[in-house]
Design a protein around this ligand. Structure first.
Ligand SMILES: C[S@@+](CC[C@H](N)C(=O)[O-])C[C@H]1O[C@@H](n2cnc3c(N)ncnc32)[C@H](O)[C@@H]1O
Length: 209
């Protein structure tokens, strides 16, 4: 899809960042303090590596970043590992745990292949996010943070309500670097309760399946 090379894109190139998406993580982290020095960070939907690059710099030498994506991330970042794979694979959590058992923060910039049909793109984004929540229930540590992108639509509220059951603090925030016209926004969740999560509790309602 053609994307206009706007100010944030040019600034990203000038600053040596991999993508304009880098600014979204920088702005969200400045506001919500999700990633700190020494943290273990899990990055879902990591390609082409913009968020991995920023997270790697934020966690520093004592931290760790693990990125997952269907597409390969070619660049290598300090203290970072990349797994090429589908988050819906059965053994994806085993592959992640092999590198690190628990993570302080899970970040997800996952996006479905955009069809242009809003309701469909929204539904696919919701499915990705429920899978992120399911994987986080295994991989995120008690009191950990979760950041996820959603394409807004009719099931946003249901997802937010489910997130509120699992985290003490849940907030929606659209960073300034996210195009105003785009329906994407970000959900910031802090203070993971890590109670035993019943997956059937969070499945989409029948009408949305
Ligand atoms: C907007 S991009 C992420 C950009 C990245 N945060 C960055 O800063 O460079 C969304 C990514 O989600 C990935 N993705 C979508 N569905 C996926 C799935 N089921 N498993 C793994 N990755 C997936 C896509 O391949 C795509 O690279």
């Amino acid at each position: 899809m053609y994307q206009k090379k706007d100010g944030h894109y040019r600034m990203a190139k000038k600053e040596g960042y991999k993508s304009r998406a880098s600014f979204k993580l920088i702005q969200l982290n400045n506001k919500f303090n999700l990633i700190k020095k020494g943290y273990n960070v899990l990055d879902f939907g990591a390609a082409p590596g913009g968020w991995m690059q920023i997270a790697s710099a934020l966690v520093g030498d004592t931290g760790l970043v693990v990125g997952i994506d269907l597409k390969i991330v070619k660049d290598k970042f300090p203290n970072s590992y990349f797994i090429q794979g589908d988050i819906f694979e059965n053994d994806i959590s085993k592959k992640i745990i092999k590198i690190q058992g628990e993570y302080n923060t899970v970040i997800s910039d996952l996006a479905p292949k955009i069809s242009g049909i809003r309701s469909l793109d929204h539904q696919k984004s919701i499915e990705l996010n429920y899978r992120v929540l399911e994987l986080s229930s295994i991989l995120l540590q008690y009191k950990g943070n979760l950041l996820m992108k959603i394409f807004q639509g009719e099931f946003t509220k249901e997802l937010i309500d489910n997130l509120k059951n699992e985290f003490y603090y849940v907030k929606i925030s659209k960073p300034e670097s996210s195009r105003p016209a785009s329906r994407e926004t970000y959900v910031i969740c802090k203070g993971f309760k890590k109670r035993k999560l019943k997956i059937e509790d969070i499945e989409l309602s029948e009408e949305s399946a």
